[in-house]
Design a protein around this ligand. Structure first.
Ligand code: ZN
Length: 64
């Protein structure tokens, strides 16, 4: 996902992509991804969760 991907609910940067069993696709921010996760698991063929990127330390920072 890129910074251009936006949450369908609030317009924040998306970190969760949900591919639906019906063939559609939904994007959610970390907040809404967590909020709707129980529902999404029932209808999703695949859930791509990149919320760990929110807390990950960039490689360039790690060496300091
Ligand atoms: Zn959101």
């Amino acid at each position: 996902m890129t910074a251009a991907d936006r949450c369908d609910r609030c317009g924040a940067q998306a970190y969760v992509r949900v591919v639906l069993l019906s063939g559609g696709e939904l994007l959610f921010c970390a907040h809404h991804g967590r909020k709707f996760e129980p529902e999404l698991k029932k209808i999703a063929a695949e859930i791509q969760d990149e919320t760990e990127r929110l807390t990950a330390v960039p490689a360039s920072e790690e060496e300091r």
